[in-house]
Design a protein around this ligand. Sequence first.
Ligand SMILES: Cc1cc2nc3c(=O)[nH]c(=O)nc-3n(C[C@H](O)[C@H](O)[C@H](O)COP(=O)(O)OP(=O)(O)OC[C@H]3O[C@@H](n4cnc5c(N)ncnc54)[C@H](O)[C@@H]3O)c2cc1C
Length: 385
Amino acid sequence: MTSQLEQSVIVIGAGIIGVSLADALVKRGQTVELLDFDEPASGTSAVSYGWINSHRKHPLAYHRLNVEGLRRWQEIAQDDPQSVTFAGHVEFADDEEHRQTLTERVERLISLGYPAAWIDSTEAEELTGLQVPASAIAAVFEAEGHAFPVTRTRTLLDGLVKNERFSMHKCRATSVRETSDGVTVVTGQGNINGRVAVVAAGNGSEHLVESAGGRLPLVPAVVNGSAYGYLARVEAPGHPVQGLVTTDRLNLRPENDERLLVQALDLDSSADQHQEPGKTVVEEFSARVSKLFPDLETQVVDIRVGHRVIPADGLPAVGRIRPNSAIFAAVAHSGIVLSPLLAEILSEEILGGEPNSLLKLFQPSRFLDNAQRESVAAPRRPGEQ
Ligand SMILES: Cc1cc2nc3c(=O)[nH]c(=O)nc-3n(C[C@H](O)[C@H](O)[C@H](O)COP(=O)(O)OP(=O)(O)OC[C@H]3O[C@@H](n4cnc5c(N)ncnc54)[C@H](O)[C@@H]3O)c2cc1C
């Protein structure tokens, strides 16, 4: 198969990042071919907590990027309220280590002008509908929200498939290369030619960028590393939770009126994408949830293992894979927060604009120096991600 659409942009990967980018490009008049070997939004975007925040993002440039991402989602909430809810976030801490990390985070965020404020335990109870120990310290992050990444991706795709400038191919890209007048993506079903290619293939991106002569190392997919994390779905009919809540032992937020999405990050050290969670993990999730909702009948429905998409230094890799290359990458942890913003600014660059200054620190070409990166700390404490 040789595409007729040789002026098109080929986007590899139909997760939230690839689909958001395809949508932004098509809206700007570009022809787009989107490739995925699997169903859209079935990769990491399907097993994500969807917390829209800029809570613990270092360095400052990464914080600013996430603040901009959060703003884009606030705009989306006006047009597509099914995909995101801004009901705020309350965090309360009673154990010593959590009190200390919460204090550090809140003080830093206040100093950055981010909406964070201390509240007392009674206010925390009113906002969450949960019992909050009188001895706990508590904070509210009123601008934060939670997104529904699968809903968002499907909503965008429903619009895209009606557009004649968009086409989707169900195939696996095996390599990408530059040609004299653009790019060729090699797939299991033949070659697809275009003007530009974007690797937005989540955890499949490292190999594709390498095939094009670039470098985009990701953190290793190993047990007790930073890549794997549990995400439990809990039946809790009549639960009072409207927004995000972080406690000493759990991160939780509503999936709907009957269900919660729950993380217990300290348990993630045993998460393995190739194994069902062990009995002790299931029991521990159940015990923690029951303790938090003593008056509700709660049941852990399932515990899935998500595979975070994390470049080796923990920061996004978004832009040309080498200076002047026609091949771009769009690969990031916090990909839910960042997807609308990255779609907007990367599409403008692809269509001939200058690289956005927000992306200066996050160029994929930084990895071409082959330097050894410090390993990325695994998120194991409450309020991390
Ligand atoms: C447990 C957990 C909690 C998280 N919580 C948050 C959070 O609260 N907030 C936040 O912002 N982020 C969070 N994240 C991160 C966020 O979910 C990801 O950054 C985001 O989903 C990445 O989206 P993506 O489109 O890059 O990748 P994906 O959703 O994985 O999409 C990539 C797509 O590429 C396809 N693909 C791969 N290789 C190929 C190939 N060779 N050819 C064709 N197609 C290919 C795949 O099939 C897949 O559909 C969390 C992640 C996890 C695991």
